[in-house]
Design a protein around this ligand. Structure first.
Ligand SMILES: Cc1ncc(COP(=O)(O)O)c(C=O)c1O
Length: 473
C-alpha cells in the first residue's frame, strides 16, 4: 500500500482517470490550486503528477499544465499485420461488400462503414452556389460531347494543384474521368489482360479488389504496415518470383489502414518499377487530406519515365456526388484516352466546370484546411473512445490523413459476428474480410470511418460496439 503523501495523491488521481472523472484530453487541476485544496506543498503535487507522467497517464503541455493522455487505459499500439506474402490468386471478394454498401445509403443506420467525407462543412453550400453560377454562365447544354480528354478548365486546375504533390505536368497530360474508381478501371483495362498478376497492398480497399476480380486478374497481396504502407522489401521479393504486370497501391493515407508511405519508400518503389519495367497505378484519392502542413509527394513525383499513372477524384475532398476524377497517365496517355472513349465517350461537362471553378477560386484551400483539422480531431476522439470502451487488447491505427482507421480486435473476437450484432443494433461497420482478396483474412479486424462529427449518438454507438466485442470474449 502506498504510504507517501504524493503516492496517495497520485493513486487517487489514477482512480479518477480510470473512473472517467477526468476524461482523455482534459486538463487536470493546476498544481497551485491542487496544493491549496489538499493543503500540501507544491512539490508534493509536482511529484504526484510526475508519477502519473512516468506511467504515461498524463502529459505536460508547456505553459498550459497537465492533461490526461489521449489513450490512458492502454498505450496506443498499431494493429499488427501479417508480413507474409501469399501466392498470386484469383480474387473472390465477399458478397457482403454489396450488402454493406446498400445498408450505408439507408438513414436507418448509424454508419461507420462507407468512406464518405464529413457532411457538416460549408463547402456544400459553396458548391451549390457555384453550380448555379456555372449553369447561368457557362455553355454546357447544346454543345455536343465534351472533348475526349475532358474539360480544359478542370485539367488546368488539376495540373496546377499537382505541383503541390511534386508533379510537373501540363493540362494536356491529364484525362478527366467519372471518379477515381473509374480512372483505375480505365488503367487496368489499358494495361492488363485476364490472368495477369497485379501486386496490390493488403489490406486493401475492396473497390480495387472488386475491379481486379471483375477483369479476371490475379492478385498477389503485398503486406502493408499500419504506419508506412506497402512493404517495399516484400514487393521486391514478389518481383523476383512472379511476372507482375502492374502495381496498384494507395501510398498516401491508404484505405483501410490510413498509412502514409515514407517518401524514401516511394522513391524505392519507382526504382523497382523501373528495374522491372512495369507500370504502377497510384490511387491518390486521399493525398490532399493529410494532417501535416505540407502535402506528401506523390509516388509519381519521383517518376522520370512516365510509368506511374496517378488516379484521383474529388469524392473524398469535396463530395462523391460530383462524379469528377482524373488520371495523369504518363506514357500510357493514348491507351487511357482510348479506354475512356470506348467506355463512356466523354463525361458530363457541368460538374467538371463546377469543380474547376471551386479549385480556382471557390475557397477550396480554406475548405481543405478546415476538413483536415476536423478529421485530425475526429481521429483523436475515435482513438480516445476506442481506448475507453473497447477491451484492453484492442489495437487501432493512427492515420496521419484521410478518415478511416483499422481496428484489430482482441484475440478470440470475430469481426463478422461484431458486424452482425452491430447491425441488429442499427450500427454499421466494415468487417475486415472485405479488405482481402480472399475472405480468409482479417477475421478479427474492422474498419471504422471517422469523418462525421462526434454526436452523442455516434459516441454511444462506439460504446455499444465495445460492449458487443467484450460480450464475445
Ligand atoms: C482508396 C479509394 N479509391 C477509390 C475510391 C472510389 O473513388 P470515386 O468515388 O472517386 O470513384 C475510394 C472510395 O471509397 C477509395 O477509398
Amino acid at each position: 500500500m502506498e504510504t507517501t503523501l504524493y503516492g496517495k495523491i497520485a493513486n487517487q488521481i489514477i482512480g479518477q482517470i480510470r473512473a472517467g472523472i477526468f476524461k482523455p484530453g482534459e486538463k487536470l487541476p493546476s498544481v497551485r490550486s491542487l496544493s491549496r485544496k489538499r493543503s500540501v506543498s507544491i512539490s508534493t503535487i509536482l511529484t504526484a503528477y510526475g508519477i502519473l507522467e512516468d506511467q504515461g497517464l498524463v502529459e505536460v503541455r508547456p505553459k498550459s499544465g497537465y492533461y490526461v493522455r489521449r489513450v490512458p487505459v492502454h498505450e496506443h499500439r498499431p494493429p499488427a499485420i501479417s508480413q507474409r506474402t501469399s501466392v498470386p490468386r484469383k480474387v473472390a471478394t465477399p458478397q457482403r461488400v454489396m450488402e454493406v454498401m446498400r445498408d450505408s445509403s439507408s438513414p436507418q443506420f448509424i454508419s461507420f462503414a462507407a468512406a464518405l467525407p464529413g457532411t457538416d462543412f460549408p463547402v456544400i453550400h459553396q458548391l451549390k452556389r457555384i453550380f448555379a453560377r456555372v449553369i447561368r454562365s457557362a455553355p454546357f447544354l447544346g454543345i455536343g460531347y465534351d472533348s475526349p480528354k475532358g474539360s480544359e478548365p478542370l485539367r488546368r486546375q488539376v495540373a496546377r494543384r499537382a505541383l503541390d504533390a511534386g508533379i510537373l505536368c501540363s493540362p494536356e497530360e491529364i484525362i478527366t474521368t467519372a471518379g477515381c474508381q473509374s480512372a483505375i478501371g480505365l488503367c487496368l483495362r489499358a494495361l492488363t489482360s485476364a490472368g495477369d498478376i497485379i501486386a496490390v497492398e493488403t489490406p486493401c480497399y475492396y473497390g480495387l479488389l472488386q475491379q481486379i476480380e471483375a477483369y479476371g486478374l490475379k492478385a498477389i497481396e503485398i503486406p502493408s504496415d499500419a504506419e508506412r504502407g506497402m512493404s517495399i522489401d516484400a514487393l521486391r521479393l514478389a518481383f523476383e518470383q512472379w511476372p507482375i504486370k502492374v502495381v496498384l497501391s494507395i501510398p498516401s493515407y491508404s484505405n483501410p489502414l490510413g498509412a502514409l508511405m515514407p517518401s524514401q519508400h516511394k522513391q524505392q518503389l519507382v526504382s523497382l518499377i523501373e528495374q522491372y519495367d512495369v507500370p504502377m497505378i497510384e490511387d491518390d484519392i486521399y493525398g490532399e487530406l493529410g494532417y501535416q502542413d505540407r502535402r506528401p509527394p506523390a509516388v509519381k513525383s519521383f517518376d522520370r519515365h512516365g510509368r506511374v499513372l496517378l488516379c484521383s477524384s474529388t469524392s473524398k475532398t469535396l463530395e462523391p456526388q460530383l462524379g469528377v476524377g482524373w488520371v495523369i497517365p504518363g506514357r500510357y496517355q493514348e491507351q487511357i484516352e482510348y479506354q475512356k472513349f470506348i467506355n463512356s465517350v466523354s463525361i458530363s461537362r457541368l460538374p467538371q466546370l463546377a469543380v474547376a471553378e471551386m479549385l480556382d477560386h471557390g475557397g477550396y484551400d480554406r475548405h481543405l484546411r478546415l476538413a483536415r483539422e476536423s478529421y485530425r480531431q475526429r481521429r483523436d476522439r475515435l482513438i480516445d473512445l476506442v481506448g475507453q470502451y473497447f477491451p484492453g487488447e484492442t489495437r487501432i491505427s493512427r492515420p496521419q490523413g484521410g478518415f478511416v482507421a483499422w481496428i484489430q480486435l482482441p484475440r478470440g473476437a470475430s469481426a463478422l459476428q461484431l458486424y452482425l450484432d452491430a447491425r441488429e443494433e442499427g450500427i454499421l461497420i466494415s468487417p475486415g474480410e472485405l479488405f482481402s482478396a480472399n475472405s480468409g483474412k482479417y477475421q478479427s479486424s474492422i474498419r471504422l470511418t471517422y469523418s462525421d462529427a462526434w454526436t452523442a449518438s455516434r459516441i454511444e454507438a462506439v460504446k455499444t460496439l465495445g460492449e458487443l466485442v467484450a460480450r464475445q470474449l
